[in-house]
Design a protein. Structure first.
Length: 881
């Protein structure tokens, strides 16, 4: 494990390295406890660098067995080797030479899951961001592009399958039951995209013929016996390949494309060139084991990793500060893909919910950072919602500002100009400036400035003058180390909505540039005056969520109700209803704190009923509209003095009010939606299941609710319904016979299927209330739980700490204690996963004083633990700062 050096990496310190490595040849002799790695590196001194410049290579925990240059062993005095650095003190004067390095590593003891490790006896690698240096000494930075040839040798029994990047070249048998394979990747790539997989795996094959008519062999490798579960992933892969040709003109470039699913993985998946490695959770699926949400995630992540082949691999990042260059852009691309494959409106609402749930709290708390950060202590901690999700929103805004054709021309220029390079955000913005002739300097602040901008908006209509005026003021809140903010360019899509939902027209507008339904906010204040407006419109703002901002709109509830029923923009219609719900919940929270029973206007429950039954709306949309804002969403919108128990009570009261007011209609609709046809994971079928499960969640609050949910559980023919009903039973009827029986039945049915049992852990970790803590402790001793497996840890501890507001934030602070203890336990093996878990406390300052003090104590306890990793120390210290 890398302990913290306290070193801070700074963007302005970037400089090209003195040496390049145009070619890399690796030879692996695999063995669990002592794998031998021989690296033959062609080293080239960069033009203009002094001949005597020392060559300093990165390493991490390596045992060096030998160093040779141009075939001759290097005398001990000519180099310095530590576990994390190899310095060749006086490299040859020649422009280019060959460096041969021999290292030994122990994959079986690698529990950090970075570098070469074992997952259920399969050898696999994870090199992003800095894992390659755990395999051999190297210039382990993304601007060092090298052509790799990889030879892998292993026992045939232990590893019948030997994979690496690129195309297969050669394979054969060796003495003593061993065999080998050679792979060659013709595309120069950074070391973080290197991959090797070796083991006994089942294979699913297919092929894809590209737009220029080349045949690509597709392979998905899974645990033997699970081949059947890879069909949906394969289908998603082919659809992704086709879509990237159609939407971006991007064709695949190797003869083979392989995906391997492993059970121990720190993240979702990894885009290694020609050899993607996936968390098996995002590959394996059928109706019996996967929910509709799992199917959608698989589709999106398969697409995401595939799209990286152009945005990430062919064009990579100059340095890790540019992470959003590949991630934000690739998320944007996978969002567009899913929108095209499914329902665009529903997808957009889901994206915004995710952004608000994960990125907004990050941007509004101690871990806030710009989409392109300028500083980091540990790069692993910057794979964040800001870099990914806000990064995607920034790309979307470029498209909104330039229009679809110019945006596409910019992307084409990007691919043409930077193919084969390690690029920067400046390079990316420049292509759009070049194709549009516009200056994007102010827009670029979206990359450089942290914090969620806010727009305050008020409106007035002057009937006599036929004038409608919007007063708009922007502000960007201070964030850590950035107290003074500059004014941003915010593309605010809008509509003026008149009677019956019809657009209200105007003859002229002044006070801001308005084009194609977008107001361009660039100054602190704009008075936008529309003339020729005789009817008073309701104003629909930030349509389609055109900018990732918060809005404070002075608008009458009548307007909000009107828009929730009539806005022609589906996103904004959803938003209007969601705002009504949020406002009602915040008011109810205050009533609960004041010791009162919350009351709600009857119009709210009526509107919920109308949306539920509106056959003109897609079921998936109706399900999203009816899902009340989550407890954490409400907390974020309240901002401070958070008492999670009061939020819970307020939310329960509203849910009950809506359920009671619509009992019969909801029940009838619930029965109508019962699906008897064969299962299909398509979006429309999933939407019907989602609506039915949402209705069940309401109905479960009424008399007979537990019985109804138990019936739903027992009648389920797919995981969406089974897990949906189990959640309702466990969360709404915790401790009842119905809940206990269902939990036991689920466990018995899926004993032995770790991925499905994760759902069982997750559901129980999410049960609201103080008692869940003891349950979580008990489940940590369940035979299926393992503190070394990231999926298990995230399901149980991750869910408890980041998705169970009342359980985790128990007023006595015991939730925090268990949490701190467990994070430290995880950290001994896997600092990256521990650091990610630890971010659950990032909003501690928003809590009411009692909980705040206890949360702070838990953070301080973590901070004073000995030998903290760079990963965890960085998170804990920034959170406390
Ligand atoms: N680059 C991966 C992705 O987003 C994420 C990842 C980062 C995976 C670091 C592993 C390690 O597609
Ligand atoms: Zn990615």
């Amino acid at each position: 494990m890398r302990t913290d050096t306290g070193h801070v990496f700074k963007l302005e310190d970037y400089r090209p390295s003195d040496y390049l490595i145009p070619a890399t040849s690796l030879d692996f002799r695999l063995s669990p406890d002592a794998t031998h790695v021989t690296a033959l590196l062609t080293i080239e001194r960069r033009e203009g660098v002094a001949a005597a410049a020392p060559l300093v290579l990165d390493g991490d925990g390596l045992t060096l067995l030998g160093v040779a240059i141009d075939g001759r062993a290097l005398p001990a005095g000519d180099y310095e080797a530590t576990q994390d650095r190899l310095t060749i003190l006086k490299p040859p004067a020649a422009q280019s030479f060959e460096l041969r390095l021999e290292t030994e590593i122990a994959p079986s003891r690698n529990e950090a899951l970075m570098g070469l490790y074992r997952s259920s006896n399969v050898y696999c690698t994870q090199c992003e961001a800095e894992g390659f240096r755990r395999i051999t000494y190297f210039l382990d930075r993304p601007d060092i592009l090298s052509v790799y040839t990889v030879r892998i040798e292993a026992s045939h029994n232990e590893a019948p399958l030997l994979l690496s990047n690129g195309n297969p070249v050669e394979r054969g048998a060796l003495a003593n039951g061993r065999h080998y394979a050679v792979w060659h990747d013709p595309f120069p790539k950074p070391s973080y995209l290197f991959a090797l997989v070796a083991g006994a795996l089942g294979k699913v094959t297919d092929s894809f013929s590209t737009m220029s008519g080349r045949e690509v062999e597709l392979g998905i490798y899974v645990e033997p016996g699970k081949e059947r579960l890879a069909g949906y992933a394969m289908d998603a892969l082919k659809r992704s390949m086709k879509w990237d040709e159609e939407a971006f003109g991007r064709e695949y470039d190797l003869d083979v494309f392989n995906i391997v699913a492993v059970s121990d993985f720190n993240m979702g998946a990894m885009e290694n060139k020609g050899l993607n490695v996936f968390n098996d959770k995002y590959v394996l699926a059928d109706e019996e084991t996967a929910t509709d949400a799992d199917f959608a995630n698989i589709e999106a992540i398969i697409a995401h990793e595939y799209f990286h082949n152009w945005t990430g691999n062919r064009i990579t990042c100059r340095d890790w500060f540019q992470l959003c260059l590949k991630e934000g852009l690739t998320v944007y691309r996978d969002h567009e893909f899913s929108a095209d494959q499914r329902s665009r409106a529903v997808k957009r609402i889901a994206e915004v919910r995710t952004l608000r749930a994960h990125q907004f709290p990050e941007d509004q708390g101690p871990l806030a950072h710009p989409v392109r950060p300028r500083r980091y202590r540990e790069i692993n901690n910057f794979y964040t919602a800001t870099v990914y999700e806000k990064g995607s929103e920034v790309v979307r805004m470029i498209r909104t500002i330039l229009g679809p054709e110019t945006f596409r021309a910019g992307m084409d220029l990007y691919f043409e100009r930077h193919d084969g390079e390690a690029a920067t955000i400046e390079d990316f913005l420049k292509v759009f400036e070049d194709v549009s002739g516009r200056d994007l300097a102010q827009f670029a602040l979206w990359y450089h400035q942290a914090g969620t901008p806010n727009l305050t908006v008020s409106s007035a209509h002057n009937a006599a003058a036929k004038e409608f005026t919007l007063e708009i003021e922007q502000s960007v809140p201070a964030t850590p180390s950035e107290s003074r903010k500059r004014l941003m360019h915010i593309p605010l899509a809008f509509g003026l909505v008149g009677a019956g939902g019809k657009p209200v027209t105007w003859t002229a507008v002044e006070g801001a540039t308005v084009d194609d339904g977008v107001i361009h906010i660039r100054k602190r204040r704009h008075t936008v005056r529309f003339t020729g407006v005789s009817e008073r419109p309701s104003v629909s703002l930030n349509r389609g969520f055109s900018a990732p901002i918060t809005l404070s709109v002075q608008q009458k509830p009548e307007d909000q109700f009107f828009l929730a029923a009539h806005d022609s923009d589906a996103f904004s219609r959803w938003q209007a209803f969601n705002t009504l719900l949020t406002d009602a919940l915040i008011a109810a929270f205050r009533q609960v704190l004041g010791g009162k029973q919350p009351v709600f206007v009857t119009k709210l429950a009526e509107l919920a009923g109308r949306i539920a039954g509106d056959g003109m709306l897609e079921p998936a949309y109706r399900a999203l509209a009816l899902a009340l804002p989550g407890e954490a969403d409400i907390a974020r919108d309240i901002g401070k003095g958070i008492d999670p128990d009061a939020i819970f009570a307020a939310r329960e009261a509203l849910a009950r009010t809506i359920a009671e007011a619509n009992h019969e209609a909801f029940l009838a609709l619930y029965e109508d939606l019962a699906d008897n046809g064969p299962f299909s994971p398509d979006a429309a079928s999933a939407g019907r299941r989602a609506l039915r499960n949402t209705l069940l969640d309401y109905l479960a609050l009424l008399p007979g609710g537990a019985t109804l949910a138990a019936r739903h559980f027992n009648a389920a023919t797919n995981m969406t319904d089974r897990a949906g009903a189990l959640t309702v039973l466990a969360h709404r009827h915790s401790g009842t016979a119905e809940a206990e029986q269902a939990l036991a039945a689920f466990e018995a049915r899926y004993r032995g299927d770790a991925l499905v049992l994760d759902k069982w852990f997750q559901i129980q970790a999410g049960v609201p209330g103080a008692k869940t803590l003891e349950k979580v402790r008990a489940l940590m001793r369940h035979p299926a739980f393992s503190i070394a497996n990231p999926n298990r840890v995230r399901s149980l501890i991750g869910t408890f700490s980041s998705a169970n507001q009342t359980g985790f934030h128990r007023p006595d602070g015991e939730g925090y204690r268990l949490f701190a203890e467990t994070v430290l336990e995880v950290e001994k093996r896997n600092p990256q996963v521990a650091a990610r878990l630890a971010t659950a406390l990032r909003s501690w300052r928003a809590l009411e004083p009692g909980r705040q003090a206890k949360a702070k104590q838990a953070l301080l306890d973590m901070a004073k633990a000995e030998n903290l990793s760079a990963d965890l120390r960085d998170i804990v210290e920034r959170t406390l700062a």
